[in-house]
Design a binder for this molecule. Structure first.
Ligand code: ZN
Ligand code: ZN
Length: 309
């Protein structure tokens, strides 16, 4: 029987590259990784360095189970938003992926006519990395997804199912987790996928690595309408962005994120993808800017968990 829970936990909220400076660790130094738990379903978004610690926890819990409960192996679902380094760097250090009893389902966009499998493999090629994707012991099942797809997790542990958006069966079990997506091209070299998780009437939208517009990104506002939690890129300070240097880099400001939250009437906004040059004080200042526009805003800290159910 599925446990009734729907939570989102952030294992990495730093953008671009990991940081270890003491004055930045209040918000955390690891790059993009989010754990989504809905009942017995577990879905991980992105494999930045935050996935390493999450992987250790998952694998230790799995090994602590009695052998009889381990006979079906460990199944892991990962949704990739895109494959820039800060979102893939941790995969080669993700303990479950080395185990022969693990199956890793990876879903994400095809970029520049390359399948996701090819791109994930390229991210670990020698001479840049000591282990190749193919050499990791787990079985990997990698699928491209498109905007028209809805990903359905109906049975915990089973392979995720892809449906065309007009073909989603109307009689899914009550505890099914549905994930919608669209590709934003407001991020350089191939865009980034924005995901929406829907479980028992509650909604989480993850909008990382996207550059907003003044007044808010209309497409994202429509997609995130009424969400219980929206996490949104807020890498650059508005005054720095206004100078022009960072325009076109594919990241947003606190006001862009807050405008989306306000117009989409979401319940809560989490600012993510913190600039690796910003210390804790600076991130808190950006949080205050967003709060002036949308009061229910929090600059997300590494390890922070949001319970939506
Ligand atoms: Zn990024
Ligand atoms: Zn990126």
């Amino acid at each position: 029987m599925a446990e009734d829970r729907f939570y989102v936990k952030f294992w990495g909220v730093r953008g671009s590259y990991p940081v270890a400076d003491e004055e930045m660790l209040g918000y955390g130094g690891n790059t993009s990784c989010v754990e989504v738990r809905a009942g017995d379903h577990l879905v991980i978004i992105d494999a930045g360095t935050g996935i390493i610690k999450l992987g250790q926890e998952i694998y230790e819990k799995y090994l602590a189970k009695p052998k009889s409960e381990r006979k079906n192996g460990l199944n892991i679902n990962i949704l990739m938003t895109h494959t820039h380094h800060d979102h893939t760097l941790g995969f080669g250090f993700f303990p479950p992926a080395f185990s022969v009893s693990t199956t890793v389902y990876i879903l994400g966009p095809r970029v520049f006519a390359h399948d996701l499998e090819e791109i994930m493999s390229m991210s670990m090629l020698p001479p840049f990395f000591p282990v190749q994707l193919e050499d990791m012991g787990s079985m990997k099942v990698i699928h491209n997804i498109r905007d028209t797809h809805v990903i359905v997790f109906d049975e915990p542990g089973a392979e995720p199912k892809l449906f065309h958006m007009t073909d989603v069966p109307p009689d899914l079990p009550e505890n099914a987790l549905k994930v919608y997506n669209y590709r934003t091209y407001a991020h350089p070299q191939g865009g980034c996928t924005i995901y929406k998780f829907v479980y028992k009437g509650k909604t989480f939208v993850h909008g990382t690595d996207t550059e907003g517009y003044s007044g808010g990104d209309a497409r994202l506002i429509r997609f995130a309408r009424g969400a219980d939690l929206l996490s949104h890129d807020a890498q650059y300070a508005d005054e720095d962005y206004a100078k022009g240097t960072f325009q076109g880099f594919g990241h947003s400001t606190p006001s862009m994120a807050a405008e989306v939250a306000k117009h989409a009437k979401v319940k809560q906004l989490g600012l993510i993808h913190h600039d690796p040059r910003h210390n804790d004080e600076r991130v808190a200042e950006l949080e205050a800017v967003a709060r002036d526009i949308f009061p229910d805003t929090v600059a997300v800290r590494e390890g922070q968990r949001f319970d939506l159910l």
